[in-house]
Design a protein around this ligand. Structure first.
Ligand SMILES: Nc1ncnc2c1ncn2[C@@H]1O[C@H](COP(=O)(O)OP(=O)(O)O)[C@@H](O)[C@H]1O
Ligand SMILES: [Mg+2]
Length: 1018
């Protein structure tokens, strides 16, 4: 690849220090010339080993060396290669001719971590090559000086990345000079029998198989037909970490019970140049070689094994002995043969042996990671596959997408592409790894979002977050750009994919600063590069698979395929470079992309914030908050307003003169959005409203103080403090009288009307609600900008429907609700829709239309879940449980009750007290239907107390009716208390002027009386 000049970057490297033991004594004892010779051969060995492990020899320091791995290009194998190089160095140094009686020995220290590095490819300034800043090189140096003779010490991060590949001994935490915290230190002992990380993963994974049922079924089907004699190949392709090996592992496991043979060939990144390496390893295993066994004994084992599979020719034995590096056998049979002939004998022998092995019994050969396969193994595999249909053999091969399979899909060959896991499956992986729920739901959500359904990413990120949490406690990360989510174990492989890009790498960085997705137009404007160059690099990015076309954004748009790749590209840039780019993007956006900025002000706000230009950012955060709140996306609005407020306060600390009215505006926006997303009665809403009231009084801002008053009124309504609600609604009405501002009028009549409805003052309620509706209609089409979270028209219409439900006329209720629905539809805001539907749901419950109630509650739950309307979700759950029980669709004391109680708990957590008494009465009915008599009585009692305490007279007759039902079910219809309760209900309904309630209660009385007579006649 052409050398590419890159600016200094932040990157992860593995640093290795190696030093000779006793070099000062040697210097004293040896003639300088001899010493020079010794050091030169030592250097040569180091050079050779470091470079053969893709390392970079950075410095020679007397008798020490400093080498980098994963530099100048990141590599997935950087840390394992450094450790491997360490082991080889140790052995090679011992074999160097020693000037003393003792063999030469060394001390090695290895550490992995992030550094800021200049690029050695920067050929114009070679003196700057390899400059590396950060604590990692120091740590490696300290570990090296801490190591004993022939000891290799590694840091915790190196250990974490390589723990499956090497046996380590933990030496506990050590105090190291220059580090104020004790550092965990590990000594490397030897390699395990796992040769690469991708092979290590499934061996050590303790996760069950999540999802992938269809794929598993397909594999089992293929296995069944293979075992019946129709041999075949299944090629499992998918990107790194998608779960190929995991699936293969599960298949192997599920076949364990069945009589069959299986073997695995592993291709690895380090062995793609070693001919037939995967097969050689398998032969050693099948022949049963032991560690340190003499070649002679191995020869015998090999011969025995080959005999089992019918390979008895001397030439066969010799080619295989040669393949696995056995010395000392007879070489006569191969004398005079050309290398090509030997190769042919080798392949023929192996093929015949594998066929003999798989004959007669169902057999499975797994070939892992074909993208790393060496050409000869590929040839053998190809020949094997072409004859597979004659044997009961299934070849299951895995490969990353870049592998071009020479076997087209057909009768004996199936291609299976593994897709990303869905959200639920990703969440399940998280929760399997996090059984104690140490990670908060928000963090889990972030992990799932950032990891795009790649199980490896989910697993590693979750583990890394758990480790961070264990080490540092709940610190919350860096606040959202995702960089805290890139685990060390993934960093190298993610960065390697970027480094392979060449010149397109710099474009990927600019794109990463713009965001996960971006339009070509914006990228072009920001990068200010000629179009031809840009097009070429964009193609390279698309071909590399790092970018893909974006469907969501209009125009020519792209997105990073993985959020973590975007994060890595972002993270590797220097902070100052990122900041400059953010500033440049912000300026480009505000200068040339007005439409985009109008549509998504948060974009510009975000770039200004990241550029450190807070003052410019604030107004755009406010617009973003307003926009979200207009669309009733309260959750987002909360975030936007909160960010603006934080920045404002940060700026205000730095300098005087920022307008306090801005803060007031923000506080109000925040309070309303919080009320919308959580509930009006959430304590933080009350607190922010109080803060705003003080500020508004200080500023004598009457417009804001109306909004605050209205907010306080809602706060009181939802917390069921009806006296104070009435008082603040009254104050709102005074403002209307004083200023005749239509907003004040509409809002004031609505709120006082609402309070009257709940208090059962039906006539007053009807009068105020109608006034609010009329006034609203008069100003329909005006841009009034109401201060509450919900529109007063939907509020008034639904409250009016409630009044009509109690007082009549009965046929008007549906018509009024229909008006509310149409109005909500015109507004086009989900919040209004849910508000209206929730009142409709309540009316269905009051009318006993339970099937409609079930359907409606599901609709409400769907919208509320999607938009985070917690209050409506909680309430819908209660009514859903109730309706399910009455409709006979769920056990009243089982599923129905648990849904309803869950809703009650959510509602209580939110502090939503309004209508609590009525909902309790409904829960009492569930207990009663489930024949839980004492719970039913206790709950109905609590319901009666709740409505009495709150003064929600509207619901009192209803609670008494439910009470009558509970008593009748428990003690029989002729129990006098039943009629007493109904009479009480009737008296209250009459006092309220609730004619429809009266009719309903009278009907109930007649029903019970009839049943009583019927009952006694029996
Ligand atoms: N379906 C799955 N359910 C649970 N864990 C999975 C699943 N797929 C993959 N994993 C986990 O993700 C990690 C990466 O999977 P792996 O099979 O090694 O990927 P690949 O072979 O495609 O590179 C493994 O540690 C594995 O345990
Ligand atoms: Mg794998």
């Amino acid at each position: 690849m052409k050398p590419v000049k890159r600016p200094p970057e932040r990157r992860q490297v593995t640093v290795l220090f190696c030093d000779l033991v006793n070099s000062t004594t040697m210097a004293e004892q040896l003639d300088p010339e001899e010493l020079m010779e010794l050091v030169e051969s030592y250097y040569a060995i180091c050079d050779d080993i470091v470079s053969s492990h893709s390392g970079y020899m950075a410095q020679y320091l007397g008798d020490g060396i400093l080498a980098y791995f994963g530099y100048p290009d990141a590599s997935e194998e950087a840390a394992p290669n450094a450790v491997r190089a360490g082991l080889r160095l140790r052995d090679a140094i011992r074999r160097l001719p020693s000037p003393t009686a003792e063999p030469l020995r060394c001390r090695i220290g290895i550490a992995t971590g992030s550094v800021v590095a200049t690029s050695i490819r920067d050929i114009e300034t070679p003196h700057k090559a390899g400059l590396m800043m950060g604590k990692t090189p120091n740590l490696a140096a300290r570990l090296q000086s801490e190591a004993g003779p022939d000891q290799i010490l590694v840091s915790e991060s190196t250990h974490r990345i390589t723990r499956e590949l090497f046996h380590h001994q933990s030496l506990g935490a050590k105090e190291l000079k220059g580090f104020h915290q004790a550092m965990p230190v590990y000594a490397v002992l030897e390699e395990t029998d796992v040769s690469c990380r991708s092979q290590a993963r499934w061996k050590t994974s303790d996760l069950p198989l999540i999802g992938r049922q269809q794929e598993m079924e397909l594999l089992l089907k293929a296995w069944q037909s293979a075992s019946r004699g129709q041999g075949q190949l299944v090629l499992l392709q998918g990107e790194a970490g998608i779960g190929k090996s995991h699936l293969v592992g599960e298949l192997k496991r599920s076949l364990l019970e069945q009589g069959h043979r299986q073997m695995s060939w592993y291709c690895g990144p380090n062995t793609r140049e070693s001919t037939l390496h995967p097969i050689a390893e398998q032969i050693k295993k099948t022949a049963g070689f032991e560690k340190g066994e003499a070649d002679g004994s191995r020869q015998q084992k090999l011969a025995r094994m080959m005999e089992r599979y019918g390979a008895t020719e001397a030439s066969s034995l010799e080619v295989l002995a040669d393949l696995i590096g056995l010395r000392g056998g007879h070489q006569s049979a191969l004398d005079g043969l050309t290398p090509e002939k030997k190769r042919q004998i080798r392949l023929d022998t192996l093929l015949a042996m594998v066929q003999a092995w798989s004959d007669g019994q169902p057999s499975l050969i797994v070939v892992e990671d074909l993208h790393w396969i060496d050409p000869t193994t590929l040839e053998l595999l190809d020949r094997l596959i072409s004859t597979a249909h004659q044997h009961p053999l299934m070849v299951l091969a895995t490969a990353r997408p870049e592998f071009q399979a020479p076997w087209p899909p057909g009768d004996n060959c199936a291609h299976l592409h593994l897709k990303r896991l869905d959200r639920t499956a990703s969440e399940l992986i998280c929760s399997c790894l996090n059984p104690d729920e140490a990670l908060s739901p928000q963090l889990t959500r972030r992990i799932v979002e950032r990891c795009d359904g790649i199980p490896l990413f989910v697993e590693e990120t979750t583990k890394s977050m758990l480790e961070q949490l264990r080490a540092n406690g709940p610190s919350g990360g860096d606040g959202g750009d995702g960089s805290d989510l890139i685990p060390e174990t993934l960093h190298d492989s993610l960065a390697a994919r970027l480094d392979r890009l060449g010149p397109a790498r710099s474009l990927a960085s600019i794109a990463a600063v713009i965001g996960r997705s971006f339009t070509y137009e914006l990228l072009e404007a920001v990068s200010s590069q000629p179009e031809a160059w840009l097009r070429e690099q964009m193609d390279a990015l698309l071909v590399s698979g790092l970018l893909q076309f974006s469907e969501q954004t209009a125009g020519e748009a792209y997105e990073f395929k993985h959020a973590l790749i975007r994060d890595t590209a972002y993270e590797t840039m220097l902070k100052r470079d990122r900041q400059t780019l953010h500033e440049q993007i912000a300026r480009t956006l505000s200068g040339q992309f007005h439409e985009l900025v109008d549509a998504e002000p948060q974009l510009l706000a975000h770039h200004y914030t990241r550029a450190g230009s807070f003052e410019q950012a604030i107004p755009h955060w406010i617009s973003a908050g307003r926009k979200s709140s207009d669309m009733a996306s309260h959750e987002e609005a909360v975030q936007h307003f909160q960010t603006a407020l934080d920045l404002l306060r940060h700026e205000a600390c730095r300098r005087e003169g920022l307008p306090a009215s801005l803060e007031l505006n923000l506080l109000l926006g925040l309070a309303m959005s919080l009320a919308g997303s959580r509930s009006y009665s959430a304590p933080e809403v009350g607190q922010i409203l109080e803060e705003s009231r003080t500020l508004a009084e200080r500023l004598e801002d009457s417009q804001s103080s109306f909004a605050i008053l209205r907010g306080i009124c809602n706060f009181c309504i939802v917390s069921c403090d009806l006296d104070n609600a009435e008082r603040s609604a009254g104050e709102c009405l005074q403002r209307w009288d004083q200023g005749r501002d239509p907003i004040h009028g509409i809002e004031a009549h609505f709120s006082i009307g609402y309070v009257h409805y709940v208090k059962g003052s039906m006539a007053l309620a009807r009068q105020h609600l109608t006034q609010s509706i009329d006034l609203y209609r008069l100003h329909e089409g005006w841009d009034l900008g109401f201060p509450s979270t919900h529109d007063p028209m939907t509020g008034s219409l639904t409250a009016l429907a409630m009044v009509e439900q109690a007082c009549g006329p009965p046929d008007q209720v549906a018509a009024t609700l229909e008006q509310a629905r149409q109005h909500a539809e015109r507004l086009g805001r989900n919040y209004e829709t849910v508000y209206t539907l929730s009142h409709e749901l309540l009316i269905h419950v009051l009318q006993g239309r339970y099937l409609e109630a079930i359907a409606l509650s599901d609709t409400i739950l769907g919208i509320s879940d999607a938009y985070g309307y917690l209050t409506w979700r909680a309430i819908a759950k209660v009514y859903k449980g109730v309706a399910l029980a009455h409709a006979g669709q769920a056990e009243p004391g089982g599923e129905a009750l648990s849904i309803a109680l869950e809703g009650m708990r959510e509602q209580q957590r939110l502090g939503v007290m309004t209508l609590e008494g009525f909902r309790l009465a409904e829960i009492a009915t569930l207990h009663s239907l489930a024949s839980s008599v004492s719970e039913a009585f206790a709950t109905i009692q609590a319901a009666a107390e709740a409505v009495r305490r709150s003064g929600e007279a509207y619901f009192m007759p209803l609670v008494h009716v439910r009470q009558a039902d509970v008593i009748a079910r428990a003690q029989g219809h002729d129990e006098p208390a039943v009629m007493e309760a109904l009479d009480q209900a009737l008296a209250i309904a009459r006092a309220l002027g609730a004619a429809s309630f009266e009719t309903m209660i009278n009907a109930k009385k007649q029903l019970y009386a009839r049943e009583r007579i019927g009952g006694s006649a029996l």
